[in-house]
Design a protein around this ligand. Structure first.
Ligand code: BJW
Ligand code: ZN
Length: 292
């Protein structure tokens, strides 16, 4: 199992060891396109940056604030335990916000690549850390959502998972969730937050997403590992590559000698481990890189 050893190792040690041996990444587009042309099985691993040009905030950096909170600090089981109303306001805002967002040219370029390749008997699998559903809306099929989705809930009592696109998801959240730092918290009583409708349950619902310290779904992780072990090209698009286990996916592919191309506004802690790095907005670069 490719990732078994890495799961047990601190990522900094692994990153450091690989960095020493890695050559400087190329930004030669013609060379990348030759590599793409000869590949048979590509994995496209995406993060928040792929949706940035759709107007969806990223996690880290300037856009990663909601009120006076850093988004990543609300994406924790502890935050939900202590302030379920606040965390639901945050997710209500993000669910509501998605109604006005559209897939951008990067999502479209990836979906188009997958459609062309599938028709030609080649394989292209999208693995995303995003929970916004924009890859699927652009036409990508069989997207692996590593960190869950905004549009499913899970019951904290009976664990039932179901799709839910209601906006608002419960009456008490209507009109809440504004991101401005001066907005007061709604302090919704727990009994009025989203509740499970399974017979005899009524438990508190939570977003079906993966928060810090929680395990990724074993089935999803297994499928991602299988794709990464079999691919002959990996694209890493719009991720800071600091959140594990996703942060070790592309380095593991590179470690077995398979080309990896990173598309990002800036270098990441993993850039030196990759064969290609293209700096700039992925909505501009990917259409050129993946054009037929
Ligand atoms: C553009 C662009 C444009 C912008 N074009 N580019 C080993 C060692 C130490 C710690 C750990 C470890 N293993 C696990 C951990 C703990 C933790 C972790 O990794 N912590 C690190 C911070 C160190 N991981 C976990 O807890 C994971 N669970 C786990 O591993 O379980 C087992 C375990 C538990 C505990 C200990 C050990 C093992 C679960 C991680 C879940 C992450 N959840 C979130 C929230 C999801 C729900 C939600 O969305 O609300 O997932 S956090 C947040 O970060 C979200 C994202 O998917 C994820 C990654 O962020 P991403 O996508 O990279 O976004 P940004 O904002 O960081 O970067 C955007 C990038 O785009 C930037 O680089 C920009 O430059 C670029 N960009 N515009 C191109 N136009
Ligand atoms: Zn329930």
């Amino acid at each position: 199992m490719l990732f078994a050893a890495r799961r047990l190792c601190p990522p900094l040690l692994l990153a450091g060891a690989s960095k020493m041996a890695a050559p400087r990444p190329s930004s030669n587009m013609a060379a990348f396109r030759e590599t793409l042309a000869s590949a048979k099985h590509v994995v496209v691993l995406t993060g928040a940056g792929v949706s940035a040009e759709s107007g969806v905030p990223t996690f880290r950096g300037a856009g990663g604030w909601w009120r006076r909170y850093q988004a990543q600090n609300l994406a924790t089981p502890g935050a939900f335990r202590e302030q379920p109303s606040l965390v639901w306001e945050f997710y209500h805002y993000r669910r509501h916000n998605m109604a006005s967002k559209q897939p951008n040219k990067a999502h479209e370029a990836i979906a188009s690549l997958q459609q062309r390749w599938t028709a030609a008997g080649r394989r292209c699998r999208v693995i995303t850390q995003n929970i916004d559903g924009l890859h699927q809306r652009a036409g990508s099929q069989d997207v692996l959502e590593l960190h869950g989705t905004l549009f499913k809930t899970r019951c904290t009592r009976c664990r039932h998972v179901e799709e839910n696109r209601d906006d608002p998801i419960c009456p008490a959240l209507a009109g809440t969730g504004a991101p401005d730092p001066s907005t007061p918290s709604a302090h919704i009583p727990v009994k009025d937050l989203p509740r499970c409708r399974q017979p005899g349950c009524g438990g508190l619902l939570r977003p079906h997403v993966v928060w810090f310290g929680e395990n990724l779904d074993a089935e999803v992780l297994g499928q991602a590992e299988a794709e990464l072990e079999a691919c002959d090209l990996c694209l890493v698009v719009g991720t800071s590559s600091v959140v594990y286990p996703a942060a070790m996916f592309a380095p593991s592919v590179a470690e077995r000698g398979v080309p990896v191309a990173e598309f990002n506004l800036e270098p990441t802690p993993k850039t030196a481990e990759f064969g290609f790095h293209f700096t700039g907005p992925c909505g501009e670069i990917l259409p050129e890189a993946l054009a037929p």
